[in-house]
Write a new protein. Structure first.
Length: 183
């Protein structure tokens, strides 16, 4: 399945492209973005980190039908990348995202999450969505709570910042359908 372009009231979610690496490299390597990401994210972030990630991991996974990655762009400035959001097949880690600090605390990531979660359950027909995260990442936790996810497990995990308490949040397809009035 080709990665579709998605839209929300304020955002354009464009399928990730190799050309996005230039903008990702400019805005991504910030401590406030990377600190709660898994420790496989190199830090300090290398000068070619964005192109290595996009061309070496994200695009091949998209082509294999194992992942769906979008760049986030505000409708007021559709040429400027302000974050990424991804879905991945697998039992435990199905969604990830980041947003530049200048655009945080406006509900934009909640909009993006709603759009990709609808795609996950309606188009991909997945039975559950699981999202691990650092427990002290309050903003990310609030998104999970607001979107009907529940905490199903806690454990220690190594993030870029170091070893922290982590949790896995989950919502099933049936729960999501009922919450959104979809039959």
């Amino acid at each position: 399945m080709e990665v579709p372009r998605l839209e929300t009231p304020r955002l354009l979610l464009k399928p990730l492209e190799s050309e996005d690496a230039v903008q990702v490299q400019q805005v991504f390597p910030r401590w406030e973005i990377v600190r709660h990401l898994v420790n496989s994210v190199p830090w300090p972030f290398p000068p070619d980190g964005a192109s290595r990630y996009i061309d070496g991991m994200a695009l091949p996974a998209m082509q294999a039908g194992q992942a769906w990655h979008w760049s986030l762009r505000h409708r007021s400035d559709p040429e400027t990348l302000i974050g990424l959001i991804s879905l991945r097949l697998g039992p435990e880690d199905n969604r990830g995202f980041w947003l530049v600090p200048e655009w945080q605390k406006q509900g934009l990531m909640s909009e993006a999450c709603e759009a990709v979660t609808a795609f996950w359950f309606l188009e991909l027909q997945q039975t559950r969505l699981r999202v691990p995260k650092a427990m002290d990442n309050q903003a990310s936790r609030r998104i999970s709570e607001r979107t009907g996810m529940r905490l199903v497990d806690t454990y220690r995990k190594t993030f870029v910042e170091g070893e922290l308490l982590a949790g896995t949040w989950e919502i099933t397809r049936e729960e999501w359908l009922a919450r959104n009035g979809v039959r």
